[in-house]
Design a protein around this ligand. Sequence first.
Ligand code: ATP
Length: 368
Amino acid sequence: FAPWQDPDEKPLIQFRNVTKKFGDFTAIANLDLDIYAREFFALLGPSGCGKTTLMRMLAGFEMPTSGKILLGGEDIAAVPPNKRPVNMMFQSYALFPHLSVWENVAFGLRREGRDKGEIETRVADMIRLTRLEKFARRKPHQLSGGQRQRVALARSLAKAPKLLLLDEPLGALDRKLREETQFELMDIQEKTGTTFVIVTHDQEEAMTVASRVAVMDEGKLVQVSTPDQIYEAPTSVYVADFIGAVNIIEGKANQTGDKVLVNWAEGQSPLIATTTAMLQKDQTCYLAIRPEKIAISAERPEAANVIEGEILDIGYLGNISTYHVKLPSGHIIKAQSANTRRIARRSFTWEDKVWLSWSDTAAILLER
Ligand code: ATP
């Protein structure tokens, strides 16, 4: 059982009908959310959707305008930030430039007046955990960006918080280092068992590191689920569209039931999709189809959904190619195919007539 599926597990954090207003502006609206101990939880959404505000309320830097936040079942409204078992790692890392790596990591423990022996052991553990043994005596300016990021992480874990908040922690790193660091973060989260809540606007990052992802839009949670569910079974056009490239085709439900026929363009056969949405006849609906679920071929194939089109654009990405295919209806569909040797030998070029096809279960039918 993952913690959020275990019926006996109580959530570590509970947001109960939380609203946060800044003057007249509602940044968070009537939000309910449970986060469990040991989770790596991601808050994902575009700029301004309220991710940081949610995090700052957990840290205690902002108070909800109404509603409650419980930690371990207790309302934390009256608990000041420094008394919460919560730590926040900022994007800027905020390291002390005049202190060594070791002293930076020890800082919080010293300020709390912890026992000298305990500090030594704890700092050594954190330095080992973040693989900083060789750099313990250096000052922050003598470190690379990735190393500084690890010092910030070691420092924020030193006091063994129950909850670590990470605000765009990898924003300052280049792509390659970012990917490596994502795996390091996952490893450290697992080793320490600390609950991590990460804020990011990068869907790939959220999907890589997190055990569950909350997708936000204008102060609301639109879907909270595991990464594979968010990807495979988005519940709205917004989520489908936000998570990676997706083709959205608007149409009207024709035959309803679990297999729906969708009329989508004059003179074209309806598309077939399976859905759990309760659609009325003639209701406007949206088919969401991932590019990698669409097969592209030179001959007309046998499939539930087949459309003819013409290649408009090709993007070569090494192991895969992305094709933009223009349909007679004017729609432009993205299709992706793996560049195996077999396909590479007979790959397509601009203005080729091709057939796009997909199965009835490949498309997700959404109401809006
Ligand atoms: P980003 O990814 O850009 O950091 P975000 O999703 O973290 O965005 P928040 O920082 O939570 O967004 O802000 C949510 C909304 O609340 C924004 O529209 C922002 O302008 C507004 N807001 C945040 N803090 C304040 C404040 N102190 N006073 C007024 N408005 C604020």
